[in-house]
Structure formats: structure tokens, C-alpha cells
Design a protein around this ligand. Sequence first.
Ligand SMILES: [Zn+2]
Length: 593
Amino acid sequence: MIPDDVIEQVRDAADLVGIIGEHVELKRTGADYRGPCPFHGGTHRNFAVIPKKGMFYCFVCHEAGDVFTFFMKKLGMDYPTAVREVARRTGITIPERATPAGPDPLEPLFATLAAAADWYARQLRDSAEADVARRYLESRHLDLETVLPLGLGYAPPPPGTAFLDAMKSLGLRDPVLLEAGLLVKREDGTLVPRFRGRLLFPIHDLRARVVGFGGRILGAGEPKYLNSPDTPVFHKGKLLYNLHIAKQAIRKAERAILVEGYFDVLRLALAGVEEVVAPLGTGLTSEQAELVARYTSQVVLLYDSDDAGLRATFRAGDELLRHGLRVSVATLPQGEDPDTIVQRRGDKALAETLKDAVDVFERKIQLLERKGLFASLPGRRRALDRLLPSIRAARDAITRDLYVSRAAEVVGVRKDVLEREAGGGMRDAGGGTPAAGHPPSRISHLDLPAGAEKALLLLMLAGEPWKSRVLEVVDAENFTSAPYRAVFESVVEKAPERLDEVSARVLERLHQEGLGGGSPDAIFESAIASIEADRISREIERIKGELPLVSGDEQLRRVQELQQLVAERNAERPTWQIVENARNARRRGASGT
Ligand SMILES: [Zn+2]
């Protein structure tokens, strides 16, 4: 199996227009390209290549997919061959598999789900029965032209024999349909389609394969939304709706917008806000937060602002904080949801709402303040109980420290008391086990004023000549903490007014704190060593991650490289004593005594 991240890398690097352009004469129209469809053999320009989304779509025969699907459908390749072919063209080397693997045992499920998705989409488009679905979409101001490329479909009402017949005619048997979650077995043993009388949203994995569906009931009935059951390929707590498309936009925008429902995602995407994903009808899980953290360090929550929405907001917020993300909350006007605000007030209102997002902790304080909790002693105690979970959740040390300070300020408790109440040190924020795959807190060691990055900023703020000295050896890239990086840039550019709320507060606190009594020289050297050690650590992690992908001499070479890096890092990160001695020795050497 080719690792998912390699596949992603290949897809991202592929020149979709160039590759499809070898088979189809494409002409640019706006941001997209159009040409005659190579699948149904049309002569009009009904075939669209949409580079921004990394996909193609035919408005006549409705063939759709990404660069790999194109090779599979056009040239009859299987998936791994298509990936290798695209990789070859992009110059990415895919390690040959060590042992020849058989066909993916899950392939029949993917094929079944793809066939079902295709059939459902055709119903929505063509069938007379789907009129109810088309009218429903119209009532929500979504036209067919815009939703069909997104793969929406329609499952006809009971008894649903048409679906069964269609699947049978494709040679798909009951057991695989059951396993794919497309059928359910009644008590009397009969099999019926799981989705009946519903508008269907296909849910994709990161490889853009359909793995399940979310179905909204049309007309009366329960439940309003029905998902696929858990299957070998569908785990609703581990998937996010639209992530297969949004991930590129998320990287580019350096943020993810999290909304509650499928329609919210559609509405935002159609309004041109593409970095949007939604959990699948449940609260945000730890796995989903981890998925988001792969692509960005910043999340904006855009949920309903009623009580239920707020509870969901703060629960999701804490989950994201636990994964070291920075979280802000965009607040919609009363009675609006992301879907309605765009419809009633337009794209601009949406942009304003997102721009006005405030940090999730600050939002919590606002709401507690509005309830008057800070006015009385018991109220303050209750407010604190509401704030502590978020403080404990914050895994990012800076965020956590800011939250402690802010809570101490509004509740009127001493910071050190609050810190103890929140559960000790920065390293193990939350008391919970940090999610796997995250580097440990980078706030480091020695008697630096808590962290190398912070130390360097304090030096810069101490004025010349320290500012120039720091600038000689580090740049913005060295700052892994987003607020610190922002402060660094603002100091370099002398533009503090451009800082966002959180970073501005960080700067203010740095100014208040000052360098303290430490020797600037010692702080400087230690900070530089620590930053270098961090850089080497990241390099080490990168090579470790690549080791399973290479073999033979190449592997040996990497292992040696690894050993050398570990030695280098240890040299950069000795005990404080050794640094002191080394520096003294150097000084003695320099002065020639
Ligand atoms: Zn076509």
C-alpha cells in the first residue's frame, strides 16, 4: 500500500490541467478550464477541469473525480498504478513495496460505495421521484448545477426496489451491500435499502473515495439526519465532511473553519470560503481534532449561537485546545446560522462574522460576564469552574499561560493559585495524555525566561544592539509558536498595530515582563542553542518518519544521518553547567589569558 500522505503529496503536486490537457483540448474560462468531454465523446465544452478543487466534472455525463480517477476512467488503470503514473510525472519517488501486496481487500467496498453514489446522483438529476429533493434544494436556494459536482444524491422512498435492482444489475451482491452499510436487515430477514426518501451527502476519505453517506429526510420522518453505520471503511468519529476538498484551502488559508452541518459546508464553499469542514452530526471527537491539526494550527468555530450551539462550540473548542490548536469563535447574529446568513445577508456578512471571531476563552468570559457572574463571590467561583476546563485543555503552553493570566484577572484570583488549581506545570496541560503524534511542549529547560523563543523576543524588545544580534541569527521561521512569530514580525516591521488580539496581548506581557535579572549574553547563547536543538529534533523526526519508506543502502544511510543528528543535538543541548563552562573557556581563549 502506498502511504496516504504520499498519495496526498502526489495529488497536490500534479498538474491536473496539463495532464488532462494531453487528452482533452482545454480552454481557460475564469478560474477553470473547459473542453469537450472525453468520456461521453461530446463536442461542446461541457467538461470542466477545476484546478482549485483538484477535480474534473462533466455537466452532461457527470463523470467526475480527481487526477487519479481520470487515469483510471480514461486509461483503465487501477488505483495504485494511477498514483504511480502521476507520481512519475511529478517527479515524486514512491518507494516500491517491500513485499508484493495482494489487491486491497477493501476494494470491493469502495467500488460498491462508488457505484451507489453514482446511482443516487443520477436519481437526483433525472428521476421523476426526485422532484421533491430538487424542490427542497430550490427552497434552500441551491441549484442543481452547483450541487451535482459535489456529488449530492437522492435515495427514493420505500420500498426502494429500484436501488436493489440497480445494484444487482451491476453484479453487486447482498453481503457486500450490507457490509458497505447500504442495506439493513429487517427482523424478518428481508433486506431493505438503508437510505429511503433522503437527500444524500456522500462522505469521502482523504483519498476522495466515497466511504459513506449522510442522509437528510425529505418530508416528515425520523431521524432528520441518518448516517451510514460504522463499516470497515466508515468511522464517523474519524472523518470530517469535505476535508478531502478543503485540506488544500486550509493549508493555504492557514486556518480551518468548523461548522455543524452539511448545508453549512455547502453554503460557505459556494460563498467562496473553501477551508470549511464539519463533523458528521456529532460532537467533535479527538480523532477529528487531530485530523484538523494535520493541516493547520488555527481553527474558527462557526456554530449556531443558541444554547445548544454554544455548548457544542465550547466542547469542540476544548477538544481542539487539547490538540494544541488556537481556537476562535465567530458569533452569528441571533437567529442566523451559517446557511441563512449567507442567503439573507450575503457573502460580505459572512466575511465580517469570520473577521470578528474572538478567542474561544475570551468568548467564554464574555458570556459569563453577560450573565453577571463576576459581580458576586459565588458567581466568580462558578465562573472559574467554567473556565478551568479550557485552561486545562490548552496544550499549547503560551495559550495556557495567557488563559491563566486572563482568568486570574477577571476572577480576581492570584495567578499562582490558579495555576495550581488548573493542575500544575505547562508540560502536561489538561492532565490528560497528549494525543499521539504531537511533539512535546517546546517550552524548554534551563533558566531561560520560559522558552527560547520568548527569550529571543525579550532580547529584541530590550532594544539595540540586542535586536540586531537576534536578527542576525534567527528569522520568523524559527518561531514555532504562532503568537511569538507574529510578535517577531511586528517588531521587525515596527508594526505592532497589525497584531491580532492574542498576539497583541503576548507583546504587552513581554513588555511588562522585561528581561529580568539574567545576563543577556547567557540568555542569548542558550536560546540559540535551544532553537538549533529544536530544529535538529524536527529533522530527526522527519527522517524517522521516512525510514519505513526506504530500504537497503538508502535505509542505512538515513540511519547514519540520524545518529549524527542525535549527536549534534546533544551537543546543542547539554546541561546549563556545561554551557557556562564552555562559554567561560571560550572567553578565556578569546582574551588570550
Ligand atoms: Zn461527459
